[in-house]
Design a protein around this ligand. Structure first.
Ligand SMILES: Nc1ncnc2c1ncn2[C@@H]1O[C@H](COP(=O)(O)OP(=O)(O)OP(=O)(O)O)[C@@H](O)[C@H]1O
Ligand SMILES: [Mg+2]
Length: 104
């Protein structure tokens, strides 16, 4: 019997992984609002254009500079944990460093 099992191409693997985090507009909004809350926001404005699959979340939290924004779009990039031990004392809504990369 011929071997038909193959490792998927990297771009397909990335899309499947992203789809596990962002599978709907609601999931995108949830991730962005969780980030706003983790950033200490007390005012969050959510705008949604569902027909264009467009979402905008604005907040008055800590914000970030351009360098951090570019890093945030990389896989497994977070400011919320750094070590394995941190996994046992999570104090934020997010910690995987995957949401913005999945959105990107
Ligand atoms: N609204 C925001 N205000 C300030 N910093 C933000 C905001 N959204 C994201 N960030 C920064 O970008 C990083 C990456 O965000 P992302 O949502 O991808 O990961 P995360 O929140 O750390 O983990 P998770 O994937 O579980 O949500 C965050 O760790 C945070 O430092
Ligand atoms: Mg997050």
């Amino acid at each position: 019997m011929p071997v038909t099992i193959q490792t998927l191409p990297a771009e397909v693997i990335n899309l499947i992984a992203a789809g596990e985090v962002i599978d709907s507009i609601a999931a995108a909004v949830r991730e962005l609002v969780e980030n706003s809350l983790d950033a200490g926001a007390t005012r969050i404005v959510v705008s949604v254009w569902p027909e264009q699959w467009r979402v905008q979340v604005a907040d008055n939290g800590t914000g970030m500079d351009l360098e951090n924004l570019q890093q945030a779009a990389e896989p497994h990039s977070t400011s919320k944990i750094t070590t394995e031990a941190d996994l046992y004392k999570i104090a934020t809504l997010g910690f995987r460093g995957e949401a913005l990369h999945s959105l990107a």
